[in-house]
Design a protein around this ligand. Structure first.
Ligand code: 5GP
Ligand code: ZN
Length: 114
């Protein structure tokens, strides 16, 4: 999608600090980290929000969770624990309309979120 910042990151038009990449998934450091480790994991395919996923996206969503597990290992947050969050829509606090999982770790995270 032309105006989407995450599609631009996928295409390399906006730089990012990549953590993981394969043909379907990209992961990079969040520009404004909310925890010592704050990574975004996105499908390369543009999907606006969770509300738009379809049956054909099931495989990619499942794959993303396996990628998250590998990233947790790679970034040494697997043992300490971490949180995966997807914001959806206005009340959910979604700012970028391209599905992304936040991976947060490296500190004790409070619950519930604000
Ligand atoms: P949302 O609020 O949509 O769930 O999260 C969007 C996230 O994307 C925010 O945590 C924000 O810091 C991050 N972000 C926004 N623009 C950029 C960017 O250009 N590069 C990177 N690496 N992260 C971004
Ligand atoms: Zn996009």
């Amino acid at each position: 999608m032309e105006d989407c910042i995450f599609c631009k990151i996928v295409k390399g038009e906006i730089p990012s600090k990549k953590v993981y990449e394969d043909d379907k998934v990209l992961s990079f450091e969040d520009i404004n980290p909310a925890a010592p480790t704050h990574i975004l994991v996105i499908p390369k395919k543009h999907i606006e929000s969770l509300n738009e996923i379809t049956d054909e996206d099931s495989e990619i969503i499942a794959h993303i969770f396996k990628v998250c597990k590998e990233i947790a290992k790679k970034l040494n947050i697997q043992e300490g624990g971490y949180r995966i969050v997807m914001n959806c829509g206005k009340d959910g606090g979604q700012e970028v309309p391209h599905i992304h999982f936040h991976m947060l770790g490296g500190r004790n995270l409070t619950w519930p979120p604000g």
